[in-house]
Design a protein around this ligand. Structure first.
Ligand code: NAD
Length: 271
């Protein structure tokens, strides 16, 4: 049976399931956070650029779940990385969220200035402002360069990952460095019906398509942060630890072969 948490390379535990809140606005974000916590989520993924850290903070405070049982991630946006203002960005995120320490802070994209920003994250960790530090959208060459220049290995790399984008090369690089992989857009932004094999496996297992694609990622030791603000979907997306896909089902999803990126390509994204 798969444990609910995974141990990062710095010894801290991260829940394998988190709630994503990109594009969740105002009250919607606060309510989604509180509801997710009430149905078992213990991990929330936000970012400065989402503009909802204050609402996420409100959702945390409105919940009965104690702060020390919740894993909160935020991300430093590119303008701050480029300007060398990572320390300021961390302070702002902490203030907006209304918390004293982030469980995980990520560099959102591998933009110019990333290695200097990484030093600032290392300092923030020493100062106790963040517990774990990581990156997002880093390609193998960015990881190699960061580790080579600073000697400090990120705990995690958050990347676009779903059945249409298998990211074999990045997963291999992360494994080589001992970096955990976290999937963004793990639900293919809701477009799983376009690959009928997912529906067939859902019918065979008595699970929903969303649960099947999330479980497929979990079985590769990938952390998932599905987004929803709909209470019933938030609940559905958390029912992942009481069933298993067999090797044939995993292989059928691996073999979908439809290659499609849903977000920007880190190699060409105009930061
Ligand atoms: P996702 O793959 O999680 O899809 C979310 C969408 O799928 C929802 O808006 C809804 O339309 C649909 N959906 C959700 N649950 C469903 C269900 N049970 N049945 C049917 N449809 C359902 O997409 P996402 O929001 O792009 O990614 C998840 C999270 O990843 C984000 O909220 C954010 O926290 C993070 N993210 C990070 C980056 C990055 O650059 N680091 C980029 C994008 C997203």
């Amino acid at each position: 049976m798969l444990a609910n948490t995974l141990t990062l390379n710095d010894g801290h535990e991260i829940p394998r399931l988190g709630l994503g809140v990109w594009q969740a606005r105002d009250d919607e974000a606060a309510k989604a956070v509180t509801h997710a916590l009430s149905c078992g989520y213990r991990h929330i993924d936000t970012a400065a650029i989402y503009g909802n850290e204050a609402e996420v903070g409100r959702g945390l405070r409105d919940s009965d779940v104690p702060r020390d049982q919740i894993f909160v991630t935020s991300k430093v946006w590119n303008d701050r990385i480029r300007a060398g203002e990572t320390a300021e960005a961390i302070d702002e995120s902490l203030k907006l969220l209304g918390i004293e320490q982030l469980d995980l802070m990520l560099l959102h994209w591998p933009t110019e200035g990333r290695n200097i920003a990484w030093q600032a994250l290392i300092e923030a960790r020493k100062a106790g402002l963040v517990r774990s530090i990581g990156v997002s959208n880093f390609l193998p060459e960015h990881l190699d360069e960061l580790v080579g220049e600073t000697g400090v290995v990120p705990a995690l790399n958050q990347i676009e990952h779903h059945p249409w984008l298998n990211q074999a090369d990045i997963k291999l690089a992360c494994k080589r460095h001992g970096i955990a992989v976290e999937a963004w857009s793990p639900l293919m932004q809701g477009r799983f019906a376009e690959s009928p094999v997912i529906g067939e496996i859902a019918a065979a297992t008595g699970r929903t398509e969303a649960q099947v694609v999330l479980r497929w990622a979990l079985q590769q030791d990938i952390i998932v942060i599905p987004k929803s603000v709909t209470p019933s979907r938030i609940e559905e997306n958390a029912q992942l630890f009481d069933f298993e896909l067999d090797a044939q089902q995993v292989a059928s999803i691996d073999a979908i072969g439809h290659e499609e990126r849903l977000g920007p390509d880190p190699a060409t994204f105009d930061f």
